[in-house]
Design a protein around this ligand. Structure first.
Ligand SMILES: O=P(O)(O)OC[C@H]1O[C@H](OP(=O)(O)OP(=O)(O)O)[C@H](O)[C@@H]1O
Ligand SMILES: Nc1ncnc2[nH]cnc12
Length: 176
Protein backbone atom coordinates (compact mmCIF):
# COMPACT_ATOMS: atom_id res chain seq x y z
CA UNK A 1 0.00 0.00 0.00
CA UNK A 2 1.36 3.46 -0.77
CA UNK A 3 1.95 5.78 2.19
CA UNK A 4 -0.64 8.28 0.98
CA UNK A 5 -3.37 5.64 1.10
CA UNK A 6 -2.98 4.87 4.81
CA UNK A 7 -5.63 5.90 7.28
CA UNK A 8 -3.49 5.25 10.33
CA UNK A 9 -6.43 5.36 12.76
CA UNK A 10 -7.70 2.16 11.14
CA UNK A 11 -4.67 0.45 12.71
CA UNK A 12 -5.38 1.64 16.26
CA UNK A 13 -7.56 -0.57 18.50
CA UNK A 14 -9.63 1.39 21.01
CA UNK A 15 -10.36 -0.57 24.19
CA UNK A 16 -13.02 0.90 26.51
CA UNK A 17 -12.52 0.90 30.29
CA UNK A 18 -8.85 -0.16 30.29
CA UNK A 19 -6.96 0.00 32.62
CA UNK A 20 -9.82 1.54 34.59
CA UNK A 21 -13.45 2.62 33.98
CA UNK A 22 -13.83 5.69 31.77
CA UNK A 23 -10.48 5.38 29.97
CA UNK A 24 -10.60 4.65 26.23
CA UNK A 25 -7.24 2.97 25.76
CA UNK A 26 -5.53 3.48 22.37
CA UNK A 27 -3.79 0.19 21.66
CA UNK A 28 -0.92 0.53 19.14
CA UNK A 29 -0.02 -3.19 19.04
CA UNK A 30 -2.44 -3.57 16.13
CA UNK A 31 -0.32 -1.04 14.21
CA UNK A 32 3.06 -2.43 15.26
CA UNK A 33 2.32 -5.97 14.09
CA UNK A 34 1.88 -4.69 10.52
CA UNK A 35 5.43 -4.12 9.27
CA UNK A 36 4.47 -1.88 6.35
CA UNK A 37 2.20 0.34 8.47
CA UNK A 38 4.84 0.54 11.24
CA UNK A 39 7.45 1.59 8.68
CA UNK A 40 5.04 4.14 7.18
CA UNK A 41 4.32 5.88 10.51
CA UNK A 42 8.03 6.14 11.30
CA UNK A 43 8.68 7.58 7.83
CA UNK A 44 5.89 10.17 8.33
CA UNK A 45 7.43 11.18 11.65
CA UNK A 46 10.93 11.33 10.20
CA UNK A 47 9.77 13.66 7.42
CA UNK A 48 7.90 15.87 9.93
CA UNK A 49 10.86 16.40 12.29
CA UNK A 50 13.82 16.29 9.91
CA UNK A 51 14.05 20.12 9.74
CA UNK A 52 14.64 20.36 13.51
CA UNK A 53 18.24 19.18 13.04
CA UNK A 54 18.22 17.14 16.21
CA UNK A 55 21.27 15.49 17.78
CA UNK A 56 19.51 12.82 19.83
CA UNK A 57 16.07 11.36 20.51
CA UNK A 58 14.86 10.70 24.04
CA UNK A 59 11.96 8.30 24.55
CA UNK A 60 10.11 7.25 27.72
CA UNK A 61 9.65 3.59 28.62
CA UNK A 62 8.04 1.48 27.29
CA UNK A 63 6.06 2.59 24.29
CA UNK A 64 8.36 5.57 23.70
CA UNK A 65 11.04 3.00 22.85
CA UNK A 66 9.06 1.42 20.01
CA UNK A 67 8.57 4.85 18.44
CA UNK A 68 11.78 6.64 19.45
CA UNK A 69 14.34 3.96 18.58
CA UNK A 70 13.25 3.36 14.95
CA UNK A 71 12.85 7.11 14.48
CA UNK A 72 16.43 7.62 15.72
CA UNK A 73 17.66 5.03 13.20
CA UNK A 74 15.67 6.70 10.42
CA UNK A 75 17.23 10.09 11.27
CA UNK A 76 20.70 8.68 11.87
CA UNK A 77 20.93 9.96 15.46
CA UNK A 78 21.33 8.31 18.85
CA UNK A 79 18.65 7.28 21.33
CA UNK A 80 18.54 8.12 25.06
CA UNK A 81 16.14 5.97 27.12
CA UNK A 82 13.98 7.57 29.82
CA UNK A 83 13.09 4.76 32.20
CA UNK A 84 10.83 4.16 35.16
CA UNK A 85 12.93 4.65 38.31
CA UNK A 86 15.12 1.79 39.52
CA UNK A 87 15.88 0.28 36.09
CA UNK A 88 18.92 2.20 34.82
CA UNK A 89 22.26 0.84 36.09
CA UNK A 90 24.36 4.03 36.03
CA UNK A 91 24.11 7.31 37.94
CA UNK A 92 20.68 8.87 37.38
CA UNK A 93 18.50 11.90 37.94
CA UNK A 94 14.78 11.35 38.65
CA UNK A 95 11.46 13.23 38.56
CA UNK A 96 7.92 12.11 39.50
CA UNK A 97 4.64 12.83 37.70
CA UNK A 98 0.90 12.03 37.44
CA UNK A 99 -0.62 9.98 34.60
CA UNK A 100 -4.15 9.83 33.10
CA UNK A 101 -4.25 6.70 35.32
CA UNK A 102 -1.89 6.68 38.32
CA UNK A 103 1.48 8.12 39.30
CA UNK A 104 5.08 7.25 38.39
CA UNK A 105 8.73 8.35 38.50
CA UNK A 106 11.10 8.63 35.54
CA UNK A 107 14.89 8.51 35.43
CA UNK A 108 17.72 9.25 32.99
CA UNK A 109 21.40 8.52 33.13
CA UNK A 110 23.35 11.66 34.03
CA UNK A 111 25.48 11.21 30.90
CA UNK A 112 22.58 10.42 28.52
CA UNK A 113 22.54 13.93 27.03
CA UNK A 114 25.47 16.32 26.56
CA UNK A 115 24.94 20.02 27.37
CA UNK A 116 23.75 21.93 24.31
CA UNK A 117 22.45 18.90 22.39
CA UNK A 118 19.25 19.41 20.43
CA UNK A 119 16.78 16.81 21.69
CA UNK A 120 13.52 15.46 20.26
CA UNK A 121 11.26 13.56 22.65
CA UNK A 122 9.32 10.73 21.00
CA UNK A 123 6.45 8.72 22.44
CA UNK A 124 3.43 6.79 21.22
CA UNK A 125 0.84 9.00 22.83
CA UNK A 126 0.30 12.46 24.36
CA UNK A 127 -2.47 12.41 26.99
CA UNK A 128 -2.22 14.77 30.00
CA UNK A 129 1.37 15.63 29.04
CA UNK A 130 2.72 14.52 32.43
CA UNK A 131 5.18 12.04 30.95
CA UNK A 132 6.51 14.50 28.41
CA UNK A 133 6.70 17.45 30.81
CA UNK A 134 8.68 15.25 33.19
CA UNK A 135 10.91 14.05 30.35
CA UNK A 136 11.54 17.69 29.36
CA UNK A 137 12.42 18.53 32.96
CA UNK A 138 15.01 15.70 33.05
CA UNK A 139 16.55 16.63 29.68
CA UNK A 140 16.80 20.31 30.65
CA UNK A 141 18.43 19.38 33.96
CA UNK A 142 21.11 17.64 31.88
CA UNK A 143 21.64 20.75 29.76
CA UNK A 144 19.83 19.49 26.65
CA UNK A 145 17.68 21.76 24.50
CA UNK A 146 14.24 20.21 23.85
CA UNK A 147 13.46 21.37 20.31
CA UNK A 148 10.54 19.08 19.53
CA UNK A 149 8.15 16.37 20.63
CA UNK A 150 6.68 13.76 18.28
CA UNK A 151 3.79 11.37 18.92
CA UNK A 152 1.80 8.79 17.01
CA UNK A 153 -1.35 9.83 18.88
CA UNK A 154 -2.57 12.96 20.64
CA UNK A 155 -5.63 12.94 22.93
CA UNK A 156 -6.45 16.60 22.32
CA UNK A 157 -9.26 16.66 24.93
CA UNK A 158 -6.66 16.17 27.70
CA UNK A 159 -4.79 19.33 26.55
CA UNK A 160 -1.32 17.89 27.21
CA UNK A 161 0.04 20.11 24.42
CA UNK A 162 -0.32 23.12 26.75
CA UNK A 163 2.49 21.68 28.89
CA UNK A 164 4.84 21.79 25.90
CA UNK A 165 5.06 25.55 25.55
CA UNK A 166 7.92 26.65 23.31
CA UNK A 167 8.42 23.18 21.84
CA UNK A 168 7.39 22.17 18.31
CA UNK A 169 4.82 19.37 18.65
CA UNK A 170 3.99 16.84 15.93
CA UNK A 171 1.28 14.19 16.23
CA UNK A 172 0.26 11.84 13.46
CA UNK A 173 -3.25 11.09 14.74
CA UNK A 174 -5.47 13.31 16.88
CA UNK A 175 -8.51 12.20 18.87
CA UNK A 176 -10.86 15.07 19.82
O1 LIG B 1 0.54 12.27 28.59
P1 LIG B 1 0.46 11.35 29.75
O2 LIG B 1 -0.79 11.54 30.56
O3 LIG B 1 1.68 11.36 30.61
O4 LIG B 1 0.27 9.86 29.20
C1 LIG B 1 0.98 9.34 28.11
C2 LIG B 1 1.92 8.26 28.54
O5 LIG B 1 1.19 7.15 29.09
C3 LIG B 1 1.62 5.95 28.45
O6 LIG B 1 2.69 5.36 29.08
P2 LIG B 1 2.60 4.51 30.43
O7 LIG B 1 3.13 5.33 31.56
O8 LIG B 1 1.22 3.93 30.57
O9 LIG B 1 3.69 3.39 30.24
P3 LIG B 1 4.00 2.24 29.17
O10 LIG B 1 4.55 2.92 27.94
O11 LIG B 1 5.04 1.45 29.87
O12 LIG B 1 2.73 1.48 28.89
C4 LIG B 1 2.02 6.41 27.07
O13 LIG B 1 2.89 5.48 26.44
C5 LIG B 1 2.69 7.73 27.34
O14 LIG B 1 4.06 7.60 27.68
N1 LIG C 1 -6.03 6.60 26.74
C1 LIG C 1 -4.80 6.10 26.64
N2 LIG C 1 -4.54 5.09 25.76
C2 LIG C 1 -3.29 4.58 25.66
N3 LIG C 1 -2.26 4.99 26.40
C3 LIG C 1 -2.47 5.98 27.27
N4 LIG C 1 -1.63 6.63 28.11
C4 LIG C 1 -2.35 7.55 28.79
N5 LIG C 1 -3.62 7.55 28.39
C5 LIG C 1 -3.73 6.58 27.44
Amino acid sequence: MSKASYNFKDYIRVIPDFPQPGIRFKDITTLLKDGAAYRAVIEEMRAAVEHLKIDVIAGPEARGFVVGAPLALALGVGFAPIRKSGKLPGETITASYDLEYGKDELAMHKDAISPGQRVLIADDLLATGGTIATSMNLIRQLGGEVVGAAFLIELAYLTGREKLDGVEVFSLMTYE
